[in-house]
Design a protein around this ligand. Structure first.
Ligand SMILES: C[S@@+](CC[C@H](N)C(=O)[O-])C[C@H]1O[C@@H](n2cnc3c(N)ncnc32)[C@H](O)[C@@H]1O
Length: 236
């Protein structure tokens, strides 16, 4: 059986979705992704110093505008391993960011980043495609790359606790989104996969426990009745 957490499988999935990802991201969250994105980034302190900021699993650069506002003098880096996502984000970097974002095409699970280097690390909607052993690697990597007292904030679409919301959201993501996926992409199974990942992931509680093993102070955050959850904190 196919291992859906195999990096090659995940990369291929995002390569295929890259053309429609931005629109679908907006639709899958009922437009909430824009609000959630702002709110999870608010967990990080602002700074106008010349610092190092890393946006993990940066996709098409959805976080960069807000990060640039929060950190006007920072070196901002975005990391993603999907060639197609990276190629599209390079175009955005040229047209909207004067090529000021340093884009790193790399598998996060094979960390080649500089240790004790980053002041702030952000990551939106990228946790669900990792299994627990990969989340362990991620926690360890975060500990390694953050400076002492360096801050992080992650967010992920989650399964809400309330049975009503769970059913509505599950129906929407599991049934309606694949149809929209077909309209936008011609392949509903790719978008159905996202809901499968979300169902397995559930919420950020387990990730919190995993990250706490790695010299990180971790706080659990819930957004809109648990339709998205996150973790934020700092390296001790
Ligand atoms: C759901 S998208 C999130 C994109 C963006 N952060 C956002 O806010 O919409 C997840 C991204 O993580 C990337 N990704 C998944 N696993 C990765 C890994 N092991 N290393 C690097 N990038 C990875 C995928 O290529 C994809 O672009």
């Amino acid at each position: 059986m196919q291992n859906i957490y195999e990096p090659a499988y995940v990369k291929n999935l995002f390569n295929k979705m890259s053309g429609s990802y931005e629109r679908m991201n907006f639709i899958t969250s009922f437009g909430f992704s824009i609000i959630w994105r702002k709110r999870f980034l608010q967990k990080l302190k602002n700074s106008d110093s010349q610092i190092e900021v890393l946006d993990l699993l940066s996709g098409l650069g959805e976080n960069w505008k807000t990060l640039q506002k929060k950190y006007p003098n920072a070196n901002i880096h975005g990391l993603d391993f999907s060639e197609e996502m990276v190629n599209k984000s390079k175009i955005k970097n040229a047209t909207s960011f004067q090529n000021r974002i340093n884009i790193i095409q790399q598998d996060l699970l094979k960390n080649q980043l500089t240790s004790n280097h980053f002041d702030f690390v952000s990551c939106a909607f990228g946790l669900k495609t990792f299994d627990n052993s990969q989340l362990e690697i991620l926690g360890k990597t975060l500990e390694l790359i953050l400076k002492q007292n360096g801050e992080f904030s992650f967010i992920e679409i989650s399964v809400p606790k309330s049975p009503f919301l769970k059913n509505v959201y599950g129906f929407y993501l599991g049934k309606i989104i694949p149809i929209l996926g077909k309209i936008f992409l011609g392949n509903p199974s790719d978008y159905k996969m996202l809901w499968n990942y979300t169902k397995n992931f559930s919420n950020c509680k387990e990730t919190k426990l995993i990250f706490e093993k790695y010299n990180l102070e971790v706080k659990y955050n819930s957004y809109f009745f648990g339709c998205a959850t996150g973790i934020s904190g700092r390296k001790l």
